[in-house]
Design a protein around this ligand. Structure first.
Ligand code: ATP
Ligand code: MG
Length: 376
């Protein structure tokens, strides 16, 4: 079977190092290894609008920011198709049909959607709706509630079978697989069941924010952005949450929930030690010293800053070059979108045929109906 890779990001802000370790780094690796038939990366503006309906300008502005981040991080439009979700009307069409194959109760059980509804303060249900009106809380938009279905359409329209993503996407992939199963058993084998490709490093499954909170997220303002300047990165690393009980250098330090060490887990390699801190051979040695006591936070932060900048500096340089020709970036997205639409149209032909709604392309149907009415 062909190997088709697909992933996307919501253009709600610039990309941060959580996106990078959770998915983008893997995409670039897969792209460069070249072991695939097709690779698609897209900006999920339709999904971004599900909770930003009143702020389309935010999405419009961030399309180019995300595109610059993609290219700066190493995605290559010659090797992967970059496109914009809203410009593929077939996605909306497939979403509509998939909606008939999943129950409201099943959608309500999706743990990621549950968390995100809570995070955004959307109210649900009749009683709550009234309360929401009084407290200015917003009611849950139908579009937001249904976004896992639209995400299933994103994946299946391109027959993707490999989706490199962070852990929050696991329930989406599960739901997509169920939908594929349901579609294929109802209408015939057309869609393909995807697999999630999670980061193999535990720290990257869900990178915490610089404030120590559960997830680095654009919406929470606790991010180190791929495009931050070296100075901004240092300010953020310096202020990073570590271990509140590690007051004096001699105190034993704790690694649990300590962002500096989580980020080192996600980013540093033995070569980084050789280059920046040869006193230690690897992260295990550094951790052992830290937990024993006698190693200050500031030294570790300086090292983390060097490690991060080693990855981020080449991206900054590339981004700066790319920013000099913005029309060329839109041209890349336009071309990618055209390529994606060709694939989308092919799958939709198959979907319509399987669903028996290809009325005008089915000569047999027309002949059959003609014969039936003649006979009567
Ligand atoms: P928003 O706050 O608008 O939802 P987000 O920061 O959660 O934005 P998404 O666009 O929802 O970002 O996620 C894009 C991809 O990046 C997904 O594959 C997701 O799993 C991954 N990702 C996002 N944040 C993290 C993180 N902190 N750690 C690991 N992966 C992440
Ligand atoms: Mg998200």
């Amino acid at each position: 079977m062909a190997k088709v890779i697909l992933t996307g990001d919501r253009p709600t802000g610039k990309l941060h190092i959580g996106h990078y370790v959770g998915s983008l780094r893997r995409r670039v690796q897969l792209q460069n290894e070249g072991d695939y038939d097709r690779m698609f990366v897209f900006m999920a503006d339709v999904q971004a609008l599900t909770d930003n309906a009143d702020n389309p300008e935010k999405i419009r502005q961030n399309i180019i920011e995300v595109a610059l981040d993609y290219l700066a991080a190493g995605l290559d439009p010659e090797k992967c198709v970059l496109f914009i979700q809203s410009q593929i009307p077939e996605l909306a069409e497939l979403t509509t049909y998939l909606m008939n194959l999943v129950s409201v109760a099943r959608l309500q059980r999706n743990p990621t959607v549950k968390t995100e509804i809570k995070m955004r303060g959307f109210s649900q249900g009749e009683g709550e709706e009234e309360e929401a009106n009084n407290s200015q809380r917003k009611g849950l938009p139908v579009g937001f509630f249904c976004y896992p279905i639209s995400q299933a359409a994103d994946i299946t329209l391109f027959k993707a079978n490999c989706v490199p993503a962070g852990e929050d996407q696991r329930p989406m992939l599960e739901q997509t697989r169920e939908l594929v199963h349901s579609f294929n058993s109802t209408y015939g084998e057309v869609l393909v069941e995807p697999e999630i490709l999670l980061p193999d490093n535990q720290a990257c499954l869900r990178l915490p924010g610089t404030d120590g909170s559960a997830k680095m997220s654009k919406s929470l303002g606790n991010c180190i952005y791929l495009s931050d300047s070296a100075d901004e990165v240092w300010q953020k690393v310096r202020g990073m949450y570590t271990d509140p009980t590690h007051l004096r250098v001699d105190d034993p330090g704790h690694l649990e929930g300590n962002c500096v060490f989580t980020y080192l887990d996600a980013f540093c390699t033995d070569e980084d030690f050789a280059e920046f801190w040869p006193e230690y051979a690897n992260l295990d040695e550094l951790k052992a010293h830290y937990t024993k006591g006698g190693l200050g936070d500031m030294k570790c932060k300086k090292f983390l800053n060097q490690v991060l900048n080693k990855t981020l500096e080449p991206m900054r340089v590339r981004r700066h070059e790319l920013e000099q020709d913005i029309p060329a970036i839109y041209e890349i997205l336009k071309k990618g979108t055209e390529q994606a639409r060709e694939v989308a149209a092919q799958t939709m032909d198959e979907v319509r045929r399987a669903m028996r709604i290809d009325y005008f392309n089915d000569a047999e149907l027309i002949a059959e109906q003609a014969a039936r009415f003649k006979a009567e």
